[in-house]
Design a protein around this ligand. Sequence first.
Ligand code: PBG
Length: 324
Amino acid sequence: MLFPDYRPRRLRQSEALRKMIRETALSTSDLILPLFAIDGKGVKNPIDAMPGHYQLSIDNLVKVAGDAFALDIPAVILFGIPSKKDPLGTQAYAKDGIVQRAIKALKDKLPDLVVITDVCLCEYTDHGHCGFVVGQTVDNDATLELLAKTALSHAKAGADMVAPSDMMDGRVAEIRTVLDENDFSQVPIMSYAAKYCSAFYGPFREAAQSAPQFGDRRTYQMDPANAREAIREATMDVEEGADIIMVKPALPYLDIISRIRDEVDLPVAAYNVSGEFSMIKAAEKMGWIDGQKVMMETLIGIKRAGADLILTYFAMEAAKIINV
Ligand code: PBG
């Protein structure tokens, strides 16, 4: 149908009509809030490039999680900043590690909040890489055992879901096996399946103190130029037993979200990462954009591309707007 018979503007005349034909909706239940746990009491260290976000001691973390839950945000994802780091990242799987204690405190105070944990070693290793380092490289197969140990320690502490973000080959299968062997067959795995080697993680690495001390992550995270490879990564993780497939970052990779949505029938998550958050906050501070509107447009764009779930530092701000 062509103009003048078809006039697309007919259905844009009023907010009521626009609402009736709206194709995508953003709900608070789509949102997952990332939180950073650090030792101490009453600690709330601001993260420079991420206004409104902090390294939180467990007491404060429970408060923020409670605020998020009160806004109908169903889930948080936890990152830990340990007080000591070593070559094997032993604090990642320590029984009394920072994340393990944070999980217990959260499940104790907020039993209905879904507690997801990031499973990786980079915050816990002194070299800042996501695995066991031999010479200048990360040894894939030797790392798998450490990752599975970390996931198991999270499950034992009460985590509702584990999310491996290391990008080692075969980690989903290894984690699934170890969880199942230990009676945690009910704990789902949200796999960072297509995780790109991205400069957009900059502010996060400041927050989590996890920048690699030599080299970079190009030998394990994906090349930003590759799309077909993302499908292979996602398919592999489905076959290894993942329950949710994640794409990360979100904005420069909307095509990947869309393609994975078409190829895979599991729920798809997208991580709207730290640098994507910081850019909007910075431009808003400069007075160059309307931060709230750009935030909502960004989140609906990620959903429209095909994400069912969005991990985002905007979760609480967006929930306040959605709930109005
Ligand atoms: C840990 C991890 C990272 C992020 C999530 N999990 C950092 C990295 O891979 O360097 C980044 C999240 C963000 O930038 O918001 N491997």
